[in-house]
Design a protein. Structure first.
Length: 395
């Protein structure tokens, strides 16, 4: 493909990522990823509001505690750019961290945080644990920790569960403006703001805050391999309604068109591969083939796209304490540059050596490690804490 033609195609693809696929560039990891959560796109830009930020999940993290190898950290952030949009935890919202312990993508354990106004300055929170079938219905749980948002000390339950909830620095990092600049540079010849990826990388999220719920669980209470996803649901006065969910970052954001995003957020992981006639799997396969066609090696084969789609769907963050695979294929720490990995793989790179003679047999030819868009040029924040709750103090 001639260079000019490839650049035009890359520009069109970036535009799809930015707006049409709705929108990696304006909503980043999972921030404002679906119409039901707010974040209306007007003339290609995100309107400056978050209608339902209290039920909007930004990111999910699962990692070994850096200060205690015997503990596993589970953290979820909600309410994007809360220092700009405002808001708090919802008193009619359930915040669930769901854990599958046997590989069937159905939760066998769930930790659910709820919040209530008890007349004090900060909302009171309660963390409940649900086991077995109760983890699916969220009924019949038991309280394992409680406290108030923004407490100076962690809440510690009788089973040694640590919990904290409140305002933190958003740990996510991404050159949002550079990516938008690349889009406009390739489509119009001029980068918005003068910057594009690789040119003066700037972390858009460096000064933003978010709400966070952070748990620390003794690893002995969990099997070596777990699948984790976070969900929110809200009470409308009569019934609980599903709102948002996330496993690995940006799956819904990148691959599902706007018309499918709300459906994806309310579909249980165990059903995502086949629900709605398999449209989520097909969306991922088509997206992978389209964006990888921008790479000099050409598009993924149908077989390669199908294998990658089978990894990404269902959208569950797998964490295996014995595995050496990097994030987001195995857990996710605060410092993991998941956007670089996902940009690389989505646009045709094979940084994990999945294909060819050294990877998944029968799915060659081998591919170069670097895709058409290898990364955004920004790295982890400098404000993460070495001790619980690990996320940086708010700006």
């Amino acid at each position: 493909m001639r260079t000019a033609s490839r650049l035009a195609t890359l520009g069109a693809a970036m535009t799809v990522l930015a707006v049409g696929a709705a929108p990696l560039l304006t909503s980043a990891a999972d921030h404002l990823d679906a119409p039901a959560l707010g974040g209306t796109v007007v003339a290609g830009e995100l309107a400056p509001h978050s209608e339902h930020g209290d039920r909007d999940i930004n990111d999910l993290y699962v990692f070994e505690a850096p200060d205690d190898a015997g503990r596993t950290v589970l953290a979820v952030t909600v309410n994007p750019a809360i220092n700009l949009f405002g808001g708090d935890f919802g008193t009619n919202v359930r915040y669930a961290i769901n854990i599958d312990t046997n590989g069937d993508n159905i939760q066998d354990l769930a930790y659910v945080a709820t919040f209530a106004n008890d007349g004090t300055a900060n909302l009171k929170f309660k963390l409940s644990r649900y086991d077995g079938a109760k983890a699916v219905s969220y009924t019949g749980g038991r309280t394992v920790a409680q406290g108030h948002a923004n407490d100076a000390a962690r809440a510690v339950g009788g089973n040694d569960i640590w919990a904290w909830a409140g305002l933190r620095s958003d740990p996510f990092f991404f050159d949002l403006t550079g990516f938008i600049g690349t889009t406009t540079l390739l489509t119009t010849g001029t980068a918005v703001g003068g910057d594009s990826l690789g040119n003066n990388p700037t972390d858009f999220f460096a000064n933003l805050n978010t709400n966070a719920i952070v748990l620390s669980v003794p690893s002995a209470q969990l099997p070596n391999r777990i699948g984790v996803w976070a969900t929110t649901s809200w009470y409308d006065g009569t019934t609980w309604r599903k709102a948002d969910q996330i496993g690995r970052p940006a799956i819904n954001t990148v691959f599902n068109p706007k018309a499918d995003k709300n459906d994806f957020n309310v579909t249980a992981p165990s059903e995502q591969a086949t629900a709605f006639g398999g449209k989520f799997m097909k969306n991922v396969e088509n997206g992978l083939k389209f964006f990888s066609s921008l790479d000099s090696e050409g598009a993924y084969t149908d077989a390669q796209a199908a294998v990658l789609a089978g990894v990404l769907i269902p959208d569950v963050l797998v964490y295996d304490r014995t595995s050496e695979l990097p994030a987001p294929l195995n857990g996710r720490t605060l410092t993991d540059d998941v956007i670089d990995v996902e940009l690389n793989i989505t646009t045709g790179g094979d940084p994990l050596n999945l294909f060819g003679a050294d990877g998944l047999t029968g799915l060659g030819p081998d591919r170069n490690a670097t895709g058409a868009v290898p990364g955004d040029g920004v790295g982890a924040h400098s404000d993460y804490l070495a001790t619980f709750p690990y996320l940086g103090v708010p700006h």
